[in-house]
Write a protein that binds this ligand. Sequence first.
Ligand code: NAP
Ligand code: MG
Length: 493
Amino acid sequence: MPSGVKSEVRSYQMYINGEWVDSASNKTTAVIDPSTEEVIAQVPAGNVEDVNRAVAAARAAFDTGPWAASTPQERGRILFRLSEKIRENAAHLAEIESRNCGKPIVEAEYDINDAATCFEYYAGMATKVLGTVNPVPDNAVSLTMKEPMGVAAMITPWNYPLLMATWKMAPALAAGCTCILKPPGVTPLTALELTKWLPEVGLPPGVLNVVTGSGSVCGTALVRHPDVNKIAFTGSNSVGKGIIKEAADTLKRVTMELGGKSPNIFFADADFENAIDGALFGVFINQGEVCSAGSRILVERSIYKKFVEAMTEKAKTIRLGPPLERETKMGPMVSQDQYDTVRAYQELGKKEAKMSTGGGRAAKFAKGYYIEPTIFYDVDNSARISQEEIFGPVAVVIPFDDEKDAIRIANDTPFGLAGAVWTRDLFKAFRTVKALRAGIIWVNHMQPTYVEAPWGGYKQSGYGRELGPWGIEEYLESKQVHINLNEQPIGWY
Ligand code: NAP
Ligand code: MG
């Protein structure tokens, strides 16, 4: 078992080939509670040797181990049991996620529930992967068989740690792949907690390995390793682009869930109160550390002034506080690094636009990486704060003249992850839905996400889709099989 509680500071080990182990380096990394800046855990600082051991275990489990011979029914049952473990321990996992990320406990509870639901969904899907019979012209049966891609490595971000890992592990395991998860350096704890139940639910050694360590060391080693067949990445554009280049040498399959700068578009006929809530929720949920954050708020000029005023008044009442308090709506930024990044954008914004609220550190907290919800208005869409992903509680409000203008501004971004449109006019809503170049569009809401529906970006927000039947396809290869039914000689000579 992981070494468990030693004192206030928990010590964790990695999980490789069914065993809890320290890093080959014997070094550890401190994990911080961003609301107190105190060390809450120590995790192994993995290195290339650890990655090599994990890949060897995953390779053997895939090629010759019991996983290779497992049936979809068996894999499904294991995933159902894992989902039950998550539900039974949901309060514990949510508390750890909340403390480690600084996210409000109520939101962490949703995340853990969603992770359990995702395992259930793919547990059911394990037995629903279908091949095809292809209508070839000759006297033959042509089949397409679906087979697991092999060893899949998952490299995940810190904003929804267990959930982003689950979106990858659940379909990969259902498909019959073996996995190595490299959780984010700052928030590795819930992934390590999950390993506690893997033997109990019947997952054979080597099928799912968790290696903690930095992206530059462990992430790079996974991307370069010739025995890894697939990289599933969620994270920033700059790291994603580097991974694509590195992965080219071994021609790995890669899926990329990257950043965004999503437009949240408000037409004058939208329900005003709902619209204000939707604008704030869209950008400030999870302290703005959301890939699909509606961080560019586009408002029709006839309601623009009133909209900015109402948003500003409401934003001032958002309750910042300790993540574990149930009334808290926004916690601290995840790390000192992220705090510094967002603070720098607040200062940049003051030069590029007007500011209606926020703009600095949340002064009432002596400790912790707390940042005020910040609204910039009269912002030009070409400003850096309109073009670059900030990944914190910073909203940019931009006026538009009409539908055509709104769509032009909305699409004027290298990103294409998500977008939302608010109007009571069905025709206008659907014209906008069709015109937006992004992978996820909401109408009269922003952010609800369902395991049954696809998630992923257009343009520089990445490629591939997670969730739903699309999610499992990313871990499957198609094998074409031709069976000759013609008993005559081929007749070539
Ligand atoms: P990040 O800095 O790109 O890190 C993501 C992961 O990559 C971490 O596990 C990191 O490890 C690892 N990594 C860093 N350098 C690497 C390298 N050279 N080779 C291989 N792996 C490497 O992203 P983040 O700061 O954690 O998360 C924020 C970003 O994620 C934002 O851009 C956000 O939009 C995006 N995101 C997208 C989605 C989506 O679904 N589209 C969802 C959530 C987040 P270490 O942290 O240990 O160094
Ligand atoms: Mg980062």
